[in-house]
Design a protein around this ligand. Structure first.
Ligand code: SF4
Length: 346
């Protein structure tokens, strides 16, 4: 049996029963693939079910507001995925008359769809033989073939894609792709792979050379940037506050308290001197209190955010008109959601 057949046999006996495996409707497969980018299956499952329930067709997703989509996505991170999902749903409905693209090249034209997602949807839904290469596939191929090229280098990306493409079973490309990803997730795991019971253990190079822990190779990570956020949690005498929409960055179009970002941690006096503080509160009498000081950073892929939430009580309501009930309906980053849950404003 060749490599692909061995994987497929293993897969058919061992695959998990997952809701998106019971369909080959491209809308559902696309949705699941976008959710599962950078997300574990157990975490993504609830989100997938929520989305399918709220938007059972691409038309329903296209007709939703961006705020509704972001609110449902809240907590999953990498929010550009949700914005792109919504944008692409509108494109499919308005420009393609609701007909889902059916080839790798057409799928690539959707915003937020790259080589991996286009390959997955094209192979699973339309049996186009295009190989997927995700983290699981990199690991299986690097170990089984003993490849030491860094998987995050330009050379590595090409080399692994070409190899994956050579190995694909052209008649069962969807099953092959799902088999190799599932095999990486459940058998050839990052830590403690099950080599003893692995059906490929007779011919696995990493196992024979005892270099499993060294593979796959990754080039050094990009330096992590530290950021210091000071949120101004305003509370007026009549219990109003202020939230603003972020205009750019990973949290674009989500809401937050007015934010003073600094290059290092600041104290109360420095906060009062900041431009934003002065423009919002001017010379009004305020009562200022540091309500939450997160010494542990909120970690994103290339940045660590150290946040402080400052409670500012004021008797002026000139700039502030949002109720806490409205605030709770808005899509917010997890950092703010955690704060709101801890300090139950009503
Ligand atoms: S023998 Fe071990 S390292 Fe090799 S493919 Fe199987 S699980 Fe992965």
């Amino acid at each position: 049996m060749n490599f692909s057949n061995q994987l497929i046999v293993w897969y058919l006996h061992n695959k998990r029963s997952l809701p998106w495996r019971a369909t080959n409707n491209p809308y559902y497969i696309w949705l699941s693939e976008i959710i599962l980018q950078q997300t574990r299956v157990d975490q993504g499952m609830d989100y997938y079910l929520k989305f399918v329930e709220a938007f059972s067709t691409v038309y329903e997703l296209a007709n939703a507001s961006e705020e509704e989509v972001l609110k449902l996505w809240q907590g999953l991170g990498y929010y550009s995925r949700a914005r792109n999902l919504h944008f692409s749903a509108k494109y499919i409905v308005n420009d393609l008359n609701g007909v889902f693209p059916s080839t790798y090249n057409e799928l690539l034209k959707l915003k937020g769809v790259g080589d991996y997602t286009a390959s997955a949807v094209a192979s699973i839904c339309f049996n186009e033989p295009t190989a997927v290469v995700d983290g699981n596939v990199y690991r299986v191929l690097a170990r089984y073939f003993g490849i030491e090229t860094p998987i995050n280098s330009t050379k590595g990306v090409k080399e692994f894609k070409n190899l994956a493409q050579e190995l694909i079973d052209t008649k069962n490309s969807g099953t092959h792709n799902q088999a190799i990803m599932e095999f990486g997730a459940r058998m050839c795991k990052p830590q403690n792979p099950d080599c003893e019971i692995c059906p490929l253990n007779n011919s696995c190079i990493a196992l024979s050379k005892k270099i499993i822990k060294e593979l796959p190779v990754k080039e050094k990570k990009i330096k992590v940037k530290k950021r210091y956020f000071n949120y101004l949690v305003i509370q007026t005498d009549n219990d109003l506050t202020k939230m603003v929409k972020r205009e750019k960055g990973i949290w674009k179009n989500m809401y937050q308290f007015p934010l003073v970002e600094t290059l290092c941690p600041i104290n109360e006096e420095e906060l009062i001197e900041s431009e934003l503080f002065k423009s919002l509160l001017g010379t009004n009498k305020v009562n200022l209190k540091l309500l939450q000081n997160n010494s542990k950073p909120h970690k994103l892929s290339h940045q660590h955010i150290y946040s402080k939430f400052w409670l500012i009580k004021t008797n002026s309501s000139k700039n502030f008109n949002q109720t806490w009930q409205v605030v709770k309906q808005l899509p917010v980053p997890v950092l703010i959601d955690n704060f709101l849950n801890e300090f139950n404003f009503n």
